[in-house]
Ligand binder design. Structure first.
Ligand SMILES: [Zn+2]
Length: 369
């Protein structure tokens, strides 16, 4: 065994080095390409990306569970085993110079592959021109007056949506029904905005719902399996908008404010009022939260103007957030903020709130919410 190893290893090592340089070159090309948003928009996001994502979804959609969630678990176990082996090797002092460099090389290669696959499968969408370009609207800085006008409209929309759901005995649809209605809603919005065509739909309940509550996520997109995961343990009124948001990521909208905005366009195109309620609930919280910093009296007045049943849901929502608040959640939020900053969203976690600017710009151009 050792004899063959000595014979093959140097060649193997050289080959590994050469292929690592090929990987570095490929990663450099991806990085350079990402600097040209017009190119990304035309050839990637509305070009090859559509084929890549539809192809992957055509496979993963047939799994009745989130295949990506299982992959993450398998990968986590694999990492633990690797780590144990490294510790064992250090303790037993079996680490040689060669095995050390080989391990370093393998780690570098792993990250290069991760970078390439992540970007080619989805990540380049962070660099596209996006929905502003497609709708010809430009989110800008807005005045407090404009923000107040927006929250007034949102209060009206929110109250109207809740009232049309009926009284406190209203039963929320099942998660499956919400997912099915999301697909219908995308079919509706596509009539107006053909680029929102949703082929090979693939929406899954997250297998990590409860831990997700502690980590603070309501849904996530898996760029490797092209599946949308929704944390279905969150309060029911949050699920419809979360689902339309995650599907927006699937359609190639990377940035959180864009996914929020596309999710909004779709939720309001639904004929199911629960989608309207869900989207206006969230948007009201974003906008009113923003208003609170500028004019807390006006923000409080807005809150008081909410329907009793909306207020009840606001309390449920707050309780939910407080119940699962913990130190880990705090660090995850910071980490995710850093991730967003590294991916073309300099405002980090505040990117979500930027949907307010989008709404104002949209209202200006289309005259309605
Ligand atoms: Zn998102």
């Amino acid at each position: 065994m050792f004899a063959t190893m000595n014979k093959t290893k140097p060649i193997h090592f050289r080959r590994l080095l050469i292929s690592t340089f090929v990987l570095i070159a490929a990663a450099a090309i991806v990085k350079i390409v990402s600097l040209y948003p017009e190119w990304i928009e035309k050839y990637y996001s509305t070009g090859i990306y559509i084929y890549i994502s539809v192809f992957i979804r055509a496979i993963t959609r047939w799994f009745p569970f989130s295949f990506g969630d299982v992959l993450y678990a398998v990968f986590a176990i694999f990492l633990v085993i690797k780590l144990v082996n490294i510790i064992k090797a250090i303790v037993r002092k079996t680490v040689t110079r060669q095995s050390f460099f080989l391990s370093i090389l393998k780690i570098i290669r792993f990250f290069l592959w991760l970078y390439l696959v992540f970007n080619i499968f989805w990540g380049l969408n962070y660099n596209r021109l996006g929905i502003a370009y497609q709708l010809q609207i430009q989110p800008e800085k807005y005045s407090t007056q404009e923000l107040k006008a927006l929250t007034d409209s949102l209060v009206m929309k929110l109250n109207f949506a809740r009232r049309s759901l009926g009284d406190s005995t209203y039963q929320y649809p099942s998660d499956k029904e919400i997912f099915a209605q999301t697909i219908v809603a995308y079919g509706n919005v596509e009539k107006r905005f053909p680029f929102l065509h949703y082929n090979q739909p693939c929406i899954k309940s997250s297998l990590y719902g409860k831990p997700g509550d502690y980590l603070g996520f309501e849904g996530y997109y898996n760029p490797f399996t092209a599946e949308s995961q929704v944390n279905t343990t969150i309060p029911a009124f949050l699920i419809p908008y979360t689902t339309t948001h995650e599907v927006a990521h699937q359609l190639g909208y990377g940035d959180e404010d864009e996914a929020n905005f596309v999710g909004y366009l779709t939720a309001k195109a639904s004929t199911d009022m629960v989608f309207h309620y869900s989207v206006y609930f969230d948007l009201f919280n974003y906008a009113n939260g923003e208003l609170f910093f500028r004019d807390s009296v006006a923000a409080r007045a807005n809150y008081h103007a909410l329907d009793t049943l909306v207020k009840r849901d606001e309390k449920i929502y707050r309780k939910f957030l407080i119940e699962y608040r913990n130190p880990v959640d705090h660090y995850i939020t910071i980490l995710y903020g850093d991730y967003l900053k590294a991916n073309n969203q300099p405002r980090g976690m505040d990117t979500y709130d930027e949907v307010v600017a989008w709404l104002i710009a949209y209202q200006k151009k289309y005259g309605a919410l």
